[in-house]
Design a protein around this ligand. Structure first.
Ligand SMILES: [Cu+2]
Length: 125
């Protein structure tokens, strides 16, 4: 009985902690994937999913984009590393496209469609 109570309290506490970790957008903060794990990003009717990812500074990271809808304009993706370094890739339907990149500076970067209407955020930590 007591043990059950403790488990319940721990659960409630972790729910509260998760709640505090949320950004103002109401979406949970992304978690850092283990090194070497490709990060999958899907293009759906809602845009990029997920639209916020977390990567480790200075570690080569693979982002695998797969477009699964014809309904949005995101038929390509532009990843901005810095002012002089942009990676642009076409996103053919249902075909995973891998971008391998290393992020040298911590902060926030963006990935977006070619017209910059649909986008996501990369937090480099
Ligand atoms: Cu667009």
């Amino acid at each position: 009985m007591i043990r059950h109570l403790v488990v319940t309290c721990t659960l409630a506490l972790s729910v509260m902690l998760v709640g505090c970790g949320k950004k103002s957008s109401g979406k949970p903060t992304p978690e850092l994937a283990p090194r070497g794990t490709p990060i999958a990003i899907t293009v759906t009717n809602k845009g990029f999913e997920p639209d916020h990812i977390l990567v480790e500074k200075g570690v080569e990271t693979q982002l695998v984009f797969t477009r699964k809808t014809e309904q949005t304009c995101a038929k390509d993706v532009v990843l901005t590393i810095d002012a002089s370094n942009q990676i642009r890739k076409d996103l053919p339907m249902n075909q995973p496209v891998t971008i391998t990149a290393t992020f040298p500076v911590s902060g926030e970067l963006r990935y977006a469609c070619g017209m910059d209407m649909i986008s996501g955020v990369i937090t480099v930590q």
